[in-house]
Design a protein around this ligand. Sequence first.
Ligand SMILES: [Zn+2]
Length: 231
Amino acid sequence: MSVAKQLYQLQEVDLELDSDEKALREIASQLGESEAVIEVRNKLALEQQRLEELARQQRSVEWEIEGITSKLTTAEKELYSGRIRNPKELSNLQHETDGLKAKRTELEDKVLEIMEQVEITTKNVAALDSELKELEAEWQSQQQELSARMEQLKATVSTLKHKQQLLTAEIDPQVIEVYHELKKQRGTAVAKVEQGICRGCRISLPITELQRARSGSLVRCSSCGRILFLA
Ligand SMILES: [Zn+2]
Protein backbone atom coordinates (compact mmCIF):
# COMPACT_ATOMS: atom_id res chain seq x y z
CA MET A 1 0.00 0.00 0.00
CA SER A 2 1.33 3.44 -0.90
CA VAL A 3 2.11 5.89 1.89
CA ALA A 4 -0.42 8.28 0.35
CA LYS A 5 -3.13 5.64 0.69
CA GLN A 6 -2.14 4.93 4.31
CA LEU A 7 -2.25 8.65 5.05
CA TYR A 8 -5.61 8.94 3.35
CA GLN A 9 -6.96 6.13 5.54
CA LEU A 10 -5.52 7.83 8.60
CA GLN A 11 -7.19 11.06 7.55
CA GLU A 12 -10.56 9.34 7.21
CA VAL A 13 -10.19 7.93 10.70
CA ASP A 14 -9.09 11.33 12.04
CA LEU A 15 -12.00 13.14 10.41
CA GLU A 16 -14.50 10.69 11.85
CA LEU A 17 -12.84 10.97 15.24
CA ASP A 18 -13.04 14.77 15.10
CA SER A 19 -16.72 14.70 14.26
CA ASP A 20 -17.51 12.04 16.88
CA GLU A 21 -15.63 13.96 19.53
CA LYS A 22 -17.47 17.13 18.61
CA ALA A 23 -20.78 15.23 18.90
CA LEU A 24 -19.69 13.92 22.30
CA ARG A 25 -18.98 17.45 23.52
CA GLU A 26 -22.39 18.58 22.29
CA ILE A 27 -24.11 15.74 24.10
CA ALA A 28 -22.16 16.47 27.28
CA SER A 29 -23.41 20.05 27.15
CA GLN A 30 -27.01 18.84 26.81
CA LEU A 31 -26.80 16.41 29.68
CA GLY A 32 -27.90 17.73 33.03
CA GLU A 33 -30.65 20.02 34.28
CA SER A 34 -33.10 21.46 31.77
CA GLU A 35 -33.75 25.20 31.95
CA ALA A 36 -37.40 24.75 30.98
CA VAL A 37 -37.90 22.25 33.82
CA ILE A 38 -36.20 24.55 36.31
CA GLU A 39 -38.32 27.50 35.22
CA VAL A 40 -41.63 25.67 35.61
CA ARG A 41 -40.47 24.12 38.90
CA ASN A 42 -39.72 27.61 40.26
CA LYS A 43 -43.08 28.97 39.08
CA LEU A 44 -44.83 26.05 40.74
CA ALA A 45 -42.96 26.63 44.00
CA LEU A 46 -44.02 30.30 43.95
CA GLU A 47 -47.68 29.44 43.38
CA GLN A 48 -47.57 26.84 46.14
CA GLN A 49 -46.10 29.42 48.48
CA ARG A 50 -48.87 31.83 47.51
CA LEU A 51 -51.47 29.16 48.23
CA GLU A 52 -50.03 28.58 51.69
CA GLU A 53 -49.93 32.31 52.32
CA LEU A 54 -53.59 32.64 51.28
CA ALA A 55 -54.57 29.78 53.59
CA ARG A 56 -52.77 31.54 56.44
CA GLN A 57 -54.57 34.81 55.65
CA GLN A 58 -57.91 33.02 55.50
CA ARG A 59 -57.38 31.36 58.87
CA SER A 60 -56.34 34.62 60.43
CA VAL A 61 -59.41 36.50 59.13
CA GLU A 62 -61.65 33.62 60.21
CA TRP A 63 -60.22 33.80 63.72
CA GLU A 64 -60.87 37.51 63.74
CA ILE A 65 -64.48 36.83 62.72
CA GLU A 66 -64.83 34.27 65.52
CA GLY A 67 -63.54 36.81 68.02
CA ILE A 68 -65.98 39.45 66.80
CA THR A 69 -68.87 36.98 66.81
CA SER A 70 -68.18 36.04 70.38
CA LYS A 71 -67.97 39.74 71.41
CA LEU A 72 -71.17 40.37 69.51
CA THR A 73 -72.98 37.52 71.27
CA THR A 74 -71.93 38.89 74.64
CA ALA A 75 -72.93 42.42 73.68
CA GLU A 76 -76.30 41.34 72.32
CA LYS A 77 -77.02 39.22 75.37
CA GLU A 78 -76.29 42.26 77.47
CA LEU A 79 -78.38 44.46 75.21
CA TYR A 80 -81.46 42.24 75.40
CA SER A 81 -81.02 41.16 78.99
CA GLY A 82 -83.13 44.02 80.23
CA ARG A 83 -80.55 44.77 82.88
CA ILE A 84 -79.48 48.02 81.27
CA ARG A 85 -82.01 50.77 81.57
CA ASN A 86 -79.90 53.84 81.10
CA PRO A 87 -80.74 55.10 77.57
CA LYS A 88 -77.27 56.49 77.03
CA GLU A 89 -75.71 53.17 77.98
CA LEU A 90 -78.19 51.29 75.80
CA SER A 91 -77.48 53.51 72.86
CA ASN A 92 -73.74 53.02 73.34
CA LEU A 93 -74.18 49.26 73.43
CA GLN A 94 -76.38 49.35 70.35
CA HIS A 95 -73.73 51.41 68.64
CA GLU A 96 -71.08 48.87 69.63
CA THR A 97 -73.04 45.90 68.26
CA ASP A 98 -73.67 47.76 65.00
CA GLY A 99 -69.97 48.43 64.71
CA LEU A 100 -69.13 44.80 65.35
CA LYS A 101 -71.66 43.64 62.74
CA ALA A 102 -70.24 46.01 60.15
CA LYS A 103 -66.72 44.83 60.89
CA ARG A 104 -67.83 41.20 60.64
CA THR A 105 -69.46 41.81 57.24
CA GLU A 106 -66.28 43.47 56.03
CA LEU A 107 -64.21 40.51 57.18
CA GLU A 108 -66.60 38.02 55.65
CA ASP A 109 -66.21 39.79 52.31
CA LYS A 110 -62.48 39.55 52.75
CA VAL A 111 -62.74 35.79 53.32
CA LEU A 112 -64.73 35.47 50.11
CA GLU A 113 -62.07 37.40 48.21
CA ILE A 114 -59.35 35.18 49.64
CA MET A 115 -61.32 32.05 48.73
CA GLU A 116 -61.59 33.30 45.16
CA GLN A 117 -57.82 33.76 45.08
CA VAL A 118 -57.38 30.28 46.56
CA GLU A 119 -59.50 28.83 43.77
CA ILE A 120 -57.48 30.60 41.05
CA THR A 121 -54.15 29.70 42.64
CA THR A 122 -55.18 26.06 43.12
CA LYS A 123 -55.95 25.88 39.40
CA ASN A 124 -52.57 27.44 38.59
CA VAL A 125 -50.80 24.95 40.82
CA ALA A 126 -52.56 22.02 39.14
CA ALA A 127 -51.75 23.32 35.65
CA LEU A 128 -48.09 23.96 36.49
CA ASP A 129 -47.82 20.60 38.21
CA SER A 130 -49.03 18.73 35.12
CA GLU A 131 -46.84 20.89 32.86
CA LEU A 132 -43.86 20.07 35.04
CA LYS A 133 -44.60 16.33 35.00
CA GLU A 134 -44.85 16.41 31.21
CA LEU A 135 -41.62 18.36 30.83
CA GLU A 136 -39.79 16.11 33.27
CA ALA A 137 -40.91 12.98 31.44
CA GLU A 138 -39.84 14.47 28.11
CA TRP A 139 -36.53 15.59 29.59
CA GLN A 140 -35.91 12.20 31.14
CA SER A 141 -36.46 10.30 27.90
CA GLN A 142 -34.28 12.83 26.09
CA GLN A 143 -31.54 12.33 28.68
CA GLN A 144 -31.80 8.57 28.28
CA GLU A 145 -31.48 8.91 24.51
CA LEU A 146 -28.50 11.20 24.91
CA SER A 147 -26.83 8.85 27.35
CA ALA A 148 -27.33 5.90 25.02
CA ARG A 149 -25.97 7.91 22.07
CA MET A 150 -23.03 8.95 24.22
CA GLU A 151 -22.18 5.35 25.06
CA GLN A 152 -22.32 4.42 21.36
CA LEU A 153 -20.08 7.31 20.43
CA LYS A 154 -17.60 6.49 23.18
CA ALA A 155 -17.34 2.93 21.86
CA THR A 156 -16.85 4.21 18.29
CA VAL A 157 -14.24 6.71 19.43
CA SER A 158 -12.32 4.00 21.24
CA THR A 159 -12.35 1.77 18.13
CA LEU A 160 -11.25 4.68 15.96
CA LYS A 161 -8.44 5.59 18.34
CA HIS A 162 -7.18 2.05 18.15
CA LYS A 163 -7.28 2.21 14.33
CA GLN A 164 -5.52 5.56 14.45
CA GLN A 165 -2.71 4.06 16.53
CA LEU A 166 -2.30 1.10 14.20
CA LEU A 167 -2.23 3.28 11.09
CA THR A 168 0.15 5.79 12.64
CA ALA A 169 2.54 3.04 13.69
CA GLU A 170 2.82 1.88 10.07
CA ILE A 171 3.87 5.28 8.74
CA ASP A 172 7.26 7.02 8.95
CA PRO A 173 7.12 9.44 11.94
CA GLN A 174 8.52 12.29 9.82
CA VAL A 175 5.70 11.85 7.32
CA ILE A 176 3.23 11.79 10.21
CA GLU A 177 4.68 15.08 11.37
CA VAL A 178 4.14 16.65 7.94
CA TYR A 179 0.62 15.21 7.93
CA HIS A 180 -0.22 16.82 11.28
CA GLU A 181 1.30 20.14 10.29
CA LEU A 182 -0.78 20.20 7.08
CA LYS A 183 -3.89 19.14 8.97
CA LYS A 184 -3.40 22.04 11.34
CA GLN A 185 -2.90 24.51 8.50
CA ARG A 186 -5.47 23.29 6.01
CA GLY A 187 -7.97 21.23 7.94
CA THR A 188 -7.13 18.22 5.76
CA ALA A 189 -3.64 17.00 4.90
CA VAL A 190 -4.37 14.55 2.11
CA ALA A 191 -6.24 15.39 -1.10
CA LYS A 192 -7.73 12.89 -3.51
CA VAL A 193 -6.84 13.34 -7.14
CA GLU A 194 -9.73 12.90 -9.52
CA GLN A 195 -9.47 13.42 -13.27
CA GLY A 196 -6.11 15.09 -12.81
CA ILE A 197 -7.57 17.61 -10.36
CA CYS A 198 -6.52 18.06 -6.73
CA ARG A 199 -9.78 17.81 -4.76
CA GLY A 200 -8.19 19.87 -2.02
CA CYS A 201 -7.88 23.06 -4.07
CA ARG A 202 -9.51 22.09 -7.41
CA ILE A 203 -6.43 22.91 -9.43
CA SER A 204 -5.41 20.84 -12.47
CA LEU A 205 -2.19 19.10 -11.60
CA PRO A 206 0.84 19.11 -13.90
CA ILE A 207 1.34 15.79 -15.65
CA THR A 208 4.75 15.26 -14.01
CA GLU A 209 3.23 15.55 -10.51
CA LEU A 210 0.57 13.07 -11.47
CA GLN A 211 3.13 10.64 -12.82
CA ARG A 212 5.23 10.87 -9.68
CA ALA A 213 2.19 10.38 -7.50
CA ARG A 214 1.10 7.43 -9.59
CA SER A 215 4.50 5.82 -9.18
CA GLY A 216 3.87 5.69 -5.45
CA SER A 217 6.14 8.49 -4.25
CA LEU A 218 4.87 11.02 -1.78
CA VAL A 219 3.91 14.08 -3.82
CA ARG A 220 2.42 17.32 -2.52
CA CYS A 221 0.13 19.51 -4.57
CA SER A 222 2.16 22.39 -5.98
CA SER A 223 -0.78 24.69 -5.32
CA CYS A 224 -2.20 23.84 -1.86
CA GLY A 225 0.62 21.72 -0.51
CA ARG A 226 -1.61 18.76 0.39
CA ILE A 227 -0.31 15.24 -0.01
CA LEU A 228 -1.81 13.80 -3.19
CA PHE A 229 -3.63 10.51 -3.17
CA LEU A 230 -4.58 8.81 -6.44
CA ALA A 231 -7.37 6.36 -5.71
ZN1 LIG B 1 -4.17 21.16 -4.18
